[in-house]
Design a protein around this ligand. Structure first.
Ligand SMILES: Nc1ncnc2c1ncn2[C@@H]1O[C@H](COP(=O)(O)OP(=O)(O)OP(=O)(O)O)[C@@H](O)[C@H]1O
Ligand SMILES: [Mg+2]
Length: 301
């Protein structure tokens, strides 16, 4: 079982057409035909959208993405047009809403990994490969890879697992030319972001991008970028391969959900329970800490 514990109703705003309710974002189209992307405070874990929001999370994700888009724009164009609030939008949309170019999305989760963990580690333990890429012997949880690798995944529906696929599978799905452009852009952007994060004491272990094509055929960086939801950020001074690394993300939520305190069985049919206040507060603080460390500015929104 998985999905939404409670499927949220879209907000009615005159002039906006609701297109899609994602796990975290609500998408609308405005009169100009642009995409209005609203990052809510919803949180997903273990393929569920949890019943308890994390206050301000959507604003942190949006502001951090904007900060990164600006630092990447000489490498690749991004989809953001403005932060202008549509007339009649709820006040709460401020800071979490982006007007974006509506793109023809490439149906691939473009993942770059510089370090081994998560689903990459699981595949490595089976076959010494990640997405079919051969890796040296002797790597463990958190090891740095000899060089960053492109490890694409298919985009799953709400409640389904994204699945790692080989580069050849991406070529089959989108063609050799698009596959190569995706791979190049993913590794270029990862390299830039890894260096920026490292200067701030953060290891960018891995991250997921989504790309789309504009009407003129340009490849555009879309969705959110380099946030705690799309990336693994590890404090560099605590990095120690051979164990799970502390990270700036959903760790508190995952730890609590899998602890006896939650009373929840991940593998069963029941939806996850509401989060206790202290788990919400600790998670909110982690998201804000990641924003402040990376951008070097205090969170004021
Ligand atoms: N510029 C864009 N044009 C069209 N679609 C976009 C653009 N940027 C992002 N998207 C899409 O908007 C959605 C963002 O919503 P969200 O992050 O909540 O979704 P998700 O949980 O990652 O995936 P899903 O939408 O399948 O639930 C994604 O489906 C993403 O592919
Ligand atoms: Mg998403």
């Amino acid at each position: 079982m998985s999905g939404f514990v409670e499927k949220p109703e879209p907000v009615e705003v005159p002039g906006l057409v609701h297109l899609h309710t994602g796990k975290v974002r609500d998408l609308y189209r405005n009169d100009a035909g642009d995409l209005v992307m609203v990052a809510t405070d919803r949180m997903s874990a273990y393929d569920w959208v949890l019943p308890t929001p994390i206050p301000d999370k959507g604003k942190v994700l949006t502001q951090l993405s904007l900060w990164w888009f600006d630092r990447l724009k000489d490498l690749i164009p991004h989809h953001v047009i403005s932060q202008e609030l549509p007339a009649g939008a709820p006040a709460d949309w401020a800071g979490r809403t982006l007007v974006c170019r509506s793109l023809d999305m490439v149906p691939v989760e473009a993942v770059a990994r510089g370090y081994l963990t998560g689903s990459g580690l699981a595949e490595y333990r089976q076959s010494r490969t990640v997405c079919g890429i051969a890796l040296p012997e002797g790597l463990e949880d958190g090891s740095e890879l000899p060089e960053p690798i492109f490890t694409p995944a298919t985009k799953a529906e709400v409640g389904e697992h994204d699945e790692n696929v080989s580069y050849e599978e991406v070529v089959r799905q989108v063609g050799a030319d698009t596959a190569e452009r995706l791979r190049r852009a993913t590794l270029d952007v990862y390299g830039r972001a890894r260096d920026i994060a490292r200067e701030r004491g953060i290891i960018l272990a891995d991250t997921k991008f989504e790309f789309g094509f504009g009407q003129d055929g340009t490849l555009v960086l879309a969705d959110e970028v380099l946030t705690p939801d799309s990336s693994r950020f590890w404090p560099a001074d605590q990095w120690q391969p051979g164990r799970a690394q502390p990270s700036y993300d959903k760790q508190f939520v995952r730890d609590w959900l899998t602890s006896p305190a939650s009373g929840w069985d991940r593998t069963g049919e029941q939806p996850p329970p509401a989060l206790p206040d202290e788990v919400v507060a600790a998670t909110r603080a982690k998201y804000i800490e990641a924003y402040e460390l990376l951008t070097g500015t205090a969170w004021t929104l």
